[in-house]
Design a protein around this ligand. Structure first.
Ligand SMILES: CC(C)(COP(=O)(O)OP(=O)(O)OC[C@H]1O[C@@H](n2cnc3c(N)ncnc32)[C@H](O)[C@@H]1OP(=O)(O)O)[C@@H](O)C(=O)NCCC(=O)NCCS
Length: 180
């Protein structure tokens, strides 16, 4: 399974010791502000299972983030095969979630740069997308810092949320391989 190194981070497959820290992060209402709900321990563990299965099948995915010498687990960042139908699918997305103490250090940007380069240059994917709700300013600003672009024509209603749900509308950002 692929591991990626950056200046300050290791993007690695998940380990059993990550589960407790991941559950604490998923129970933090600041981290989960722009999701429909915080996750229970069981939901958090089930998410690791899905992430690990994707990683085993593909060899890459949503990597656990380690900050060597600082913290064994600070969150996740990486690539994910979009698992619902939308006008932009099939697609590979880039996603991220960091524990609150590790925001505002550029860690998400650093990890995401490595994941994007892996996806576009090493895997040779023609495009990577990312999406969030308009209120998640930190997330879409990160997409913009990464050079992803937004065309309002791509905005969509998330099919996993019911009609009328306040988080249903999403903005879509795209980044294409440089030599396309
Ligand atoms: C989205 C999320 C990952 C963004 O984290 P973040 O820390 O804001 O993002 P970055 O790693 O890019 O850090 C950027 C900030 O660090 C600052 N920074 C400090 N040191 C830095 C460095 N060495 N390099 C780059 N930026 C640095 C930047 O100036 C910037 O701050 P600013 O916005 O005040 O200018 C985080 O808010 C999060 O986990 N949210 C909850 C989960 C979530 O919503 N996920 C997305 C779902 S779609």
């Amino acid at each position: 399974m692929v591991q990626l190194h950056t200046q300050r981070l290791l993007l690695r497959p998940w380990q059993s010791a990550d589960a407790e820290l991941f559950a604490a992060m998923n129970a933090d209402s600041a981290v989960m502000e722009h999701f429909p709900a915080c996750l229970t321990r069981a939901e958090s563990d089930a998410m690791i299972e899905r992430i690990s299965n994707h990683m085993t099948t593909k060899g890459w995915g949503l990597w656990a983030l380690e900050a060597p010498t600082l913290a064994p687990f600070i969150g996740f960042c990486g690539l994910w095969t979009v698992s619902f139908d939308a006008p932009f699918t099939p697609a590979v997305e880039i996603g991220w979630r960091l524990a609150r103490p590790f925001w505002d250090n550029g860690y998400a940007f650093e990890a995401a740069q490595a994941a994007l380069a892996f996806g576009l240059d090493t895997l040779g994917l023609p495009e990577i997308v990312s999406f969030t709700i308009p209120a998640n300013v930190r997330s879409w600003r990160l997409m913009e810092r990464l050079g992803m672009t937004h065309n309002p024509i791509d905005d969509f209603d998330h099919p996993r949320l019911p009609e009328g749900h306040p988080m249903r509308r999403h903005v879509l950002y795209r980044k294409q391989r440089a030599n396309l």
